[in-house]
Design a protein around this ligand. Structure first.
Ligand code: BGC
Length: 812
């Protein structure tokens, strides 16, 4: 495949020229949107307005009413598998192809920038939006994001890498403060963005809603300018998430180019006024205008061409197939098409294939498993077994399902998480499937028949019955053609080859962030770098399924590990070579993982970290050599004393695994490092980061976290006096606040009447989000009907400054 990626580099000089011809008002106008989904143009200079819209696993272009929560309709588009699935493919080429297809759909729909991919780390399996994110591992996250972006941009469509940064939970995402130590920030939370930016140069980066170490992302100069532009060479523009702008002037100082969406033009005027008053340097506004103009100029080069929906539908099937992970092989798979098959579970007919919120798109077509079986003339009997309308087991449906199951040779049981369980806007509180699903499975197990469980979910789920079923196939949320993908795998037409991009822990209490997740206010990332397998391995916790786990119908052997050197300097690269052989009875693909285990030190380190991976396709008896090139960074950790990546001298174990807990080959390279600098040592102040073997839930004491953080955890924001950042929940103590809450709930509910979303999850999302919605967002929510001035007036009144408030409300 010919690969390309159109970046903004070539249009920057022309953009600068044009900006020199602009008035201050024109430049400021480019710093916020025209409406919900468009940027502004400047007609006299030939700069066109552009459409930017969601993303990330399909196009969500709204032709009618606008919203950013998946409420109103959008044009039909191919629904590809979501990131939770695609990450399990560990396949850069596949993600590039998916990006190309997304780009083609944008081209046809005249969308200039698609809002995605999301590169947030799965800090906890509870995050309601994990289905939109790739992994608990930053390298995998970055590589998948980079490939998708390059594919999108190969069509001259911009990508928007989001949600930058540390938006790792949905609870209170608009006001929370992610408190993270510098090393975890660098090694875990920034790395995925860094890889994607360096490799793919997205046209835009989208800042998140939350604060990171006490500063709102939209005003965080270090995170918006110094690191991405200064250190990584990011050349694109930065936009806000929808309504994430905290303070427009602070945003300009930080390097935040575009405020989205627009509602009343007040911030453009504010920029002009501040420049005129000498409070803001005009050259900073120029920089934003240049970056926005560059995007507009580049976008103009796109030529509208139609895409082939059939081809995209087939691609969606292939991606879903390559992304499914066989968690347990047992002896029921691959199944025989000619045996008596029972399809049990509503998901077989009404699939769960995408998540809820701003990424919810209207698919061109949905192929369920029953559709695929019908099309392929496979005979089967079907029983829904549960109703997605209720969590509780339905005796009548179960009895019917058992009747059907008893007549069959093999049962395919379709279970998982319904829509209402996970969404943008709220987090899960447990990892269980509904009782209606587990109850059904338990009854099916009691029939003694062969059972294959097929799981559809956007994140980790408890599978307490895993030892009692024969086989388990994890489809995740696998897009509009998920039915055909399951069909391809269940009968062995294709070998499953996906591997888990996140650990399946044995229980929620085993997860390292559990005691500091889901709070509002300060979210203390006390576990530091111990996220996902970095924690489970160090703590020697048993897990349900480890990171990188996934089985196949065929078998692979690993041999012949060769390192290009046994000794090297810290600036040298290392070539690693090995041979993989397909020794089984099926053609298949294997994902080979390379981990490095660093030498012990005075600074704490994980047991192993993923440093590269490759996917190899092998016919029966075929062998292939896999080669990895390891650069300096693969051996480095972030040293806060020298404020840089640091390679220590010592023995590094190179491990080749079929999963993080199935290391097949290993060897050692000794590094003699010339890098100088003091190595951090927290052994006395924070011993909890060195030995993680204590039983029970991992919880680092606050003083130890503060030792690593290098400062005290900040005070929580006081609820009084009320400010623009007070939440709707907080103002409920005042009668005006209660009135506002009622009115807002009423008008938001009206927004989705007639929308296409599943109303139960939308109602839940709106209610959960409203409590934590800051008052500064009301302007956007009311689409300009409630101006900032009016909201400030109401805040004054609630603070007891009644006359001032009334004057504010009345002012023109
Ligand atoms: C989401 C973004 C999305 C935006 C626009 C926000 O609610 O966090 O991911 O791109 O809305 O729909």
């Amino acid at each position: 495949m010919e690969k390309g990626n159109h970046t903004l580099k070539s249009v920057l000089p022309k953009a600068k020229e044009l900006v020199e011809q602009m008035s201050l008002e024109e430049k400021a106008s480019l710093c916020s949107g025209k409406d919900f989904w468009h940027t502004k143009g400047i007609e006299r200079l030939g700069i066109k307005s552009m459409m930017v819209t969601d993303g990330p696993h399909g196009l969500r272009k709204q032709a009618g009413d606008s919203d950013h929560l998946g409420i109103n309709n959008s044009v039909l588009a191919t629904c590809f598998p979501t990131a939770v699935a695609t990450a399990c493919s560990f396949d850069r080429d596949l993600l590039y192809e998916m990006g190309m297809a997304l780009g083609e759909e944008c081209v046809q729909e005249e969308v200039a920038v698609i809002l995605g991919p999301g590169a947030n780390i799965k800090r906890s399996p509870l995050c309601g939006r994990n289905f939109e994110y790739f992994s608990e591992d930053p390298l995998l996250t970055g590589e998948m994001a980079a490939a998708l972006i390059s594919g999108i941009q190969s069509n001259n469509i911009g990508a928007s890498l989001k949600h930058y940064l540390a938006n790792n939970q949905e609870k209170a995402r608009l006001v929370s403060n992610s408190v993270i130590d510098e090393r975890a920030l660098r090694e875990i939370y920034l790395t995925g963005f860094e890889i994607a930016i360096k490799k793919a140069q997205p046209w835009t980066l989208m800042c998140s809603y939350n604060k990171i170490n006490d500063i709102y992302a939209s005003g965080h100069k270090r995170l918006m300018t110094d690191i991405p532009r200064g250190e990584w060479g990011f050349g694109g523009a930065i936009m806000t998430d929808w309504g994430a702008m905290n303070d427009r002037a602070e945003g300009i100082l930080a390097g935040l180019d575009l405020e989205m969406p627009a509602f009343d033009g007040a911030s453009d005027q504010l920029i002009v006024d501040m420049v005129r008053a000498g409070k803001l340097e005009e050259k900073l506004v120029d920089l934003c205008a240049v970056r926005m103009t560059a995007i507009a100029l580049q976008a103009e080069k796109t030529q509208t061409t139609p895409y082939d929906a059939e081809v995209h539908n087939e691609l969606a099937r292939r991606i879903a197939r390559e992304s499914a992970a066989l968690l347990k092989l047992g002896n029921a798979l691959p199944a025989d098409k000619h045996k008596k098959i029972a399809l049990i579970g509503e998901f077989a007919k009404v699939p769960r294939y995408q998540g809820a919120g701003s990424s919810r798109i209207s698919p061109i077509r949905i192929t369920s498993v029953t559709d695929a079986f019908d099309a392929e003339n496979i005979s089967y009997s079907f029983a829904p077994g549960y109703s997605s309308a209720s969590d509780e087991p339905n005796e009548a449906l179960i009895t019917e399902a058992i009747g059907v199951a008893k007549e069959a040779d093999v049962i395919f049981a379709f279970v998982g998480l319904p829509d209402s369980y996970e969404s943008e806007g709220f987090d899960r509180t447990h990892l269980n499937m509904p009782k209606a699903h587990t109850g059904l499975i338990e009854e099916l197990i009691a029939t003694g028949k062969k059972i294959v469980a097929v799981i559809s979910a956007g994140g980790v789920v408890n599978i307490p019955w895993r030892d009692k079923v024969d086989s388990i196939l994890l489809m995740n949320l696998s897009g509009q053609n998920s039915g055909y993908a399951a069909y391809d795998l269940l009968f062995g037409d294709y070998c499953p080859c996906g591997k888990l991009a996140e650990t399946y822990p044995l229980s929620l209490t085993d997860t390292p962030s559990i005691t500091h997740f889901g709070t509002g206010g300060n979210i203390e990332y006390r576990e530091s770098i111990y996220v996902g397998y970095r924690y489970y391995d160090k703590a020697q916790k048993q897990v349900m399924y480890p990171f990188g786990h996934g089985l196949s119908y065929t078998a692979f052997t690993y041999s012949g590990l060769k390192l290009s050197a046994k000794k090297m300097g810290d600036r040298d690269t290392l070539q690693v070579e090995l041979v993989v052989t397909n020794t089984g009875k099926w053609a298949g693909k294997e994902i080979v993982q390379l981990y490095i285990s660093a030498p012990e030190s005075t600074v704490f380190k994980p047991v192993r970290e993923l440093r590269d991976f490759a996917k190899v396709e092998l016919q029966i008896d075929e062998s292939k050599t896999v080669t990895f090139t390891l650069e300096r960074r693969a051996f480095a950790y972030y040293n806060v004393n020298v404020k840089d990546w640091f390679v220590e001298s010592g023995d590094y174990r190179i491990e080749i695994g079929a999963s993080s807990r199935d290391i097949r080959l290993h060897d050692t390279v000794t590094i003699e490092s010339r890098q100088e600098g003091a190595i951090p040592d927290y052994r006395a102040a924070a011993p909890g980061y060195y030995s993680l073997l204590q039983p029970g839930t991992y919880d680092i004491p606050k003083e130890q976290f503060e030792a690593v953080l290098g400062r005290k955890v900040p005070q929580e924001r006081s609820p009084r006096p009320f400010t623009l950042n007070s939440t709707l929940g907080e103002i409920r103590v005042h009668w005006i606040g209660r009135m506002m809450n009622k009115q807002i709930e009423k008008s938001t509910m009206q927004m989705f009447e007639g929308g296409e979303g599943n109303s139960s999850d939308i109602v839940k999302m709106i209610q959960e989000m409203a409590v934590d919605m800051p008052l500064r967002q009301l302007g956007m929510l009311s689409q300009g009907k409630l101006s900032v001035r009016m909201v400030k007036g109401l805040i004054d009144i609630m603070n007891g400054h009644i006359l001032k408030g009334i004057r504010g409300l009345m002012k023109k």
